[in-house]
Design a protein around this ligand. Structure first.
Ligand SMILES: Cc1ncc(COP(=O)(O)O)c(C=O)c1O
Length: 382
């Protein structure tokens, strides 16, 4: 089929359920656009699902990370360690507070922060008296990191962990939900995520005071007074009632969306997994109580076997109106973070060079997916 006649297949499209529209209509009918009861309802629904008692809905996942760092007292001159293989939204907030990022490579079993590198790095830093003020650990593409080992390493030196579960709502690790592992954890409801508010995020914590402070900062840090009184610099980071109404509707279908994305992955796996030189991002699903959501299905192309490079394959797919994306470019290779320290680096560099994210929407039809599969088969076998 030519690109002019084929409808575009997106990488990760918003997928509405049945309730979003009526929620939004209710909010409009009540004229509760900016503030209203959907905000609290959304916070409660997400907190319950994740199993964390306190949450504040925010304008983005990036804003949530910014408030998490402020809540931990991170400031200019401190260092914050962060997964290198991630989106810049994980790392930029470190710069917002004037701290210095140190990037940590991933392990090949999860594509997430390597617990052994972290533990060794913390031991070395402790000896030098230069422990980080926080560690940000990302759950990439819907797969939780190895938290047993990561929490043990951080706890040893009482370094607070921030979990960046922006891509992993609905995932589990050893019986606990993604978003429940950090001193503070964040989620994103950006348009490409497993559920969306059209843009939004959430900060979660087991500590009520931590969330109360973040809530205060998120609405310009207005102090209690009849007039506008401010003793701190605040931010305009709140999520609106309209966006939260959308989020409440999306929470109803979250489990369906996880199952649909996992099914998309299984079909790719069955139909492309037998091609020599193609492999898939790992998961820890064999471990008890562990589930990857497969937010995005990611393949690796072995250059010794497959002649087409990921970027050339991406162009072939683009010619057929099919979206795909390279694996995140590691933060330690980004010009904005050049000169920052990195522990390891070769694993994420190799995944970046060999990987490609495939269309993974929960609304992807079998026919659309067959188009993607046929295009990849043709490109890699010719
Ligand atoms: C791993 C990760 N962290 C943080 C973010 C930032 O979230 P937001 O776009 O809601 O600011 C994203 C993506 O959007 C992400 O994928």
């Amino acid at each position: 089929m030519s690109s002019t006649t084929s409808p575009r297949i997106q990488l990760s499209a918003p997928h509405l359920g049945g309730q979003e529209l009526s929620n939004i209509q209710n909010a409009i009918a009540e004229n509760m656009i900016a503030v209203g009861s959907y905000i609290t309802a959304f916070e409660l629904a997400v907190a319950k699902k994740v199993g964390v008692p306190h949450a504040v809905a925010l304008a983005s996942g990036t804003a949530a990370l910014h408030l998490a760092l402020l809540g931990l007292g991170v400031k200019r001159g401190d260092s914050v360690w962060c997964s290198s293989l991630t989106f810049c939204g994980s790392a930029n907030p470190i710069s917002y507070v004037g701290a210095q990022p140190v990037f940590i490579d991933c392990d090949i079993h999860t594509w997430n922060l390597d617990p052994a590198l972290l533990a060794q790095g913390l031991d070395d830093a402790a000896k030098k008296g230069s422990l980080p003020k926080a560690v940000i650990c990302v759950d990439l593409y819907g797969q939780c990191a190895h938290y047993d080992a990561i929490i043990a390493a951080c706890s040893r030196y009482e370094v607070p962990l921030i979990e960046d579960a922006a891509e992993a709502l609905g995932a589990h690790y050893h019986g606990r939900a993604a978003g429940s592992f950090g001193r503070a954890s964040i989620l994103s409801f950006n348009g490409n995520k497993i559920i969306t508010t059209g843009g939004g995020g959430m900060l979660l914590s087991h500590d009520a005071n931590f969330i109360a402070q973040a809530r205060h900062l998120s609405s310009q840090a207005r102090d209690p007074a009849a007039w506008y009184e401010h003793t701190k610099i605040g931010y305009n980071y709140r999520l609106s009632n309209i966006n939260s109404a959308l989020g409440c509707g999306q929470m109803v279908v979250l489990e369906d969306r996880v199952l649909a994305r996992r099914r998309v992955y299984s079909r790719y796996q069955k139909q492309l997994g037998n091609i020599p030189g193609i492999s898939f991002a790992p998961d820890l699903d064999a471990e008890t109580g562990t589930r990857c959501t497969r937010w995005l299905t990611v393949i690796l192309l072995d250059p010794a076997i497959i002649r087409i490079a990921p970027l050339a394959l991406m162009q072939r797919l683009e010619d057929l109106s099919i979206d795909s994306r390279p694996v995140w470019k590691p933060m330690h290779l980004q010009p904005i973070f050049s000169g920052c320290r990195v522990l390891g680096g070769s694993v994420s560099e190799s995944l970046f060079i060999r990987g490609l994210c495939l269309p993974s929407s929960s609304s992807l039809t079998d026919d659309e997916q067959d188009r993607v599969i046929a295009a990849i088969r043709t490109a890699v076998t010719r």
